[in-house]
Write a protein that binds this ligand. Structure first.
Ligand code: ZN
Length: 493
């Protein structure tokens, strides 16, 4: 005998939460139902039945955060539980930034015994074993991480694969080889191209070389993201170069971790942001930012010279100096700061080189996405690796009042999803992926500091990736429901 139609049976209903949907719309009371890894219904679901129910009274229910700028390429394979990210409510990471991606590159096949800086930020030598980008994505399909991941192809990685020497412009043949490798990666589902023109492996690349590659992205929905040639005295010229690449290649550009560095440049976001806004009216321009006055990357004497203070994050030559101030290291070694930088190589550092007002100005800019730029293999990482998202929510939205909670969430969800073409992610709507975070707006805050850089945030109570809990009651669940998000595939525009 047929039963009368009953309310749909869901896998999970989250009841009574204040839903912030990722579009910037005001929070509203609503129940959220999940079935088969997707959001099945939204609204008053008092009569709905579900296998599991969660009472979210007094809590925010938001789309899982999209970390718009990461170097998680190797971490997804080496530490797939991704605790630094899921503990913040991050459910998707964009990797392959700053010109460096794991693939397509076979280090051993290139006769290199280790990744040259800054590729070494992505992890140990053994991780660089993917001459073909599709093979890297397939490997992640077979051994998924806790979070979803989408990937840019690094210009420096392409250069290493195609050129014998990196201290000059690529010639026609090398550009053709890089284009072929880029085309293959795009066909495999890469979101676009990244560059790191600031760094040694790409410094000698002229604008024309970048345009020749970026032009391959035109019309495909792929984007060009750049760690610009300069973020200090010559930041304006670097911005103009970035816009020129976007115009000449006909592609959207994303300015990575926008900032201005060096005491003499403090306040210059008053110049850069209007320039970005003007460009954005004529071409597609976005940017990402992390909420700290300190930067972090490989250790160089040049970067240390620009910083008010430099702290070592790791050193292959002298690991005992991780966490120490460069001035103390120089004193201990009885040498100059420059000499100390040499003796610690290869190494990484945190550089206190920004003005708080500039950081706030960039965070407040409506086109700014939130990206951690965290370095997951650093011995003593910059706290942005563990703290970025709760810091924006708890410190900059709640405590400082830079913007509303809804705006903070939009910069972490709907905006990056639209920028990177991750359709069906970054919003709470029926049919969207059930990437969700439950947090307490009153208590959410970063706890990672420069002194204790790997402390998990407070206030993030439950995190779901594709409907499966990855963070609950202050601990990673160990589940690995993450997916590789390929451009042009289901779930990606
Ligand atoms: Zn960078």
């Amino acid at each position: 005998m047929a039963e009368a139609a009953a309310p749909a049976g869901y896998d999970l209903v989250i009841r009574n939460g204040r839903v912030i949907d990722g579009t910037g719309a005001p929070a509203r009371l609503a129940d959220v139902a999940v079935a088969n890894g997707r959001i099945a219904a939204l609204g008053d679901l008092a009569r709905a039945r579900a296998a599991r129910e969660i009472d979210a009274r007094g809590r925010i229910v938001a789309p899982g955060f999209i970390d718009a700028h990461t170097h998680d390429d190797g971490a997804l394979l080496a530490t797939p539980e991704m605790t630094a990210k899921v503990s913040q409510g991050v459910t998707t990471v964009i990797a392959g930034n700053c010109g460096v991606s794991l693939g397509p590159l076979d280090l051993a096949g290139r006769g290199l015994d280790g990744p040259p800086p800054p590729l070494d930020l992505l992890g140990e030598t053994g991780l660089f074993r993917f001459p073909d980008f599709a093979g890297y994505l397939d490997t992640l399909d077979d051994a998924p991480a806790a979070v979803n991941a989408a990937f840019l192809v690094g210009h420096s990685t392409l250069r290493l694969g195609a050129m014998e020497r990196l201290d000059r412009a690529a010639d026609e043949g090398e550009i053709a080889a890089m284009r072929a490798a880029l085309d293959a990666a795009l066909a495999a589902g890469a979101l676009g191209l990244s560059s790191g023109l600031f760094y040694d492996p790409a410094k000698a690349a002229p604008t024309e070389e970048v345009i020749a590659l970026a032009a391959r992205l035109a019309g495909s929905g792929a984007i060009y993201a750049t760690h610009m040639r300069d973020e200090a005295d010559d930041v304006i010229a670097a911005l103009e170069e970035t816009f020129a690449v976007g115009r000449a290649a006909g592609v959207p550009v994303v300015i990575s971790h926008h900032k201005v560095q060096g005491v003499e440049n403090f306040g210059r976001t008053r110049e850069t942001l209007p320039l970005i806004e003007r460009a954005a009216r004529a071409q597609t321009v976005g940017l990402d930012v992390y909420p700290y006055i300190a930067a972090s990357t490989v250790l160089t004497a040049g970067s240390a010279a620009r910083a008010v203070r430099t702290v070592i994050t790791w050193s292959r030559a002298r690991p005992e100096f991780a966490g120490r101030d460069l001035d103390d290291v120089a004193a201990a070694l009885g040498c100059s700061r420059e000499e100390a930088c040499d003796r610690l190589q290869p190494a990484g550092a945190v550089y206190f080189a920004m003005d708080e007002d500039d950081v706030r100005r960039v965070l407040s800019y409506p086109r700014a996405m939130i990206g951690s730029d965290g370095l997951p293999f650093d011995e003593r990482p910059h706290p942005r690796l563990w703290g970025t998202f709760p810091r924006v929510l708890g410190h900059y939205a709640r405590e400082v009042g830079l913007f509303s909670l809804e705006e903070a969430v939009r910069r972490m969800t709907g905006l990056p999803a639209a920028t990177f073409g991750l359709s069906g992610r970054g919003v709470i709507a029926p049919g969207a992926a059930a990437d969700l975070v439950l947090f307490d707006a009153e208590t959410v805050i970063d706890r990672a500091s420069f002194e204790e850089p790997t402390r998990a945030a407070a206030g993030i109570e439950l995190v779901l990736v594709n409907g499966t809990p990855v963070w609950r009651d202050g601990a990673a669940t160990g589940a690995r429901p993450g997916r590789v998000l390929r451009r042009g595939a289901e779930g990606v525009a």
